[in-house]
Ligand binder design. Sequence first.
Ligand code: 5GP
Length: 145
Amino acid sequence: MSLHGDYDPQNIFAQIIRGEAPCYKLYEDDDVLAFLDLFPQSLGHTLVIPKRAAARNILEIDPDSLARLMRVTQRLVRVLVDELQPDGVQVAQFNGAPAGQTVFHIHMHIVPRFAGLGLGNHASQKAEPAELEALQARLVKRIDG
Ligand code: 5GP
């Protein structure tokens, strides 16, 4: 049933958009917000979300919001690759719990991949705040620079 249902305005990403919950913000404009994943599967794991679309998944989001989301996603993939120099990068998006979705506000995952390093478990191990802060500073500097 998680593929279909009502949008819950109390989901954690909606709270982050409203400023009711914190995040390690990398980028924000009128339509899109990007921040570091709190439980990263690799160094630089980033989430990109629409701010105005109350959409749980790709079935529900309007095409214009999706296009804006993807434009920022591509820009941030370039930033992450420039700054972190990974050997590969995954861009992923899950719809419904059986597909791996755990937060029901549509989001893009950007997951840099490094040769020889496996992928951490999904949404399981919280990163150290100091590491996230340092990474945020590096990436924001490159985005703004
Ligand atoms: P999904 O499983 O829905 O595709 O992805 C949800 C992502 O959100 C997971 O990668 C998980 O680690 C991340 N996440 C869950 N709660 C929080 C939070 O409070 N803050 C941040 N920044 N990320 C979160």
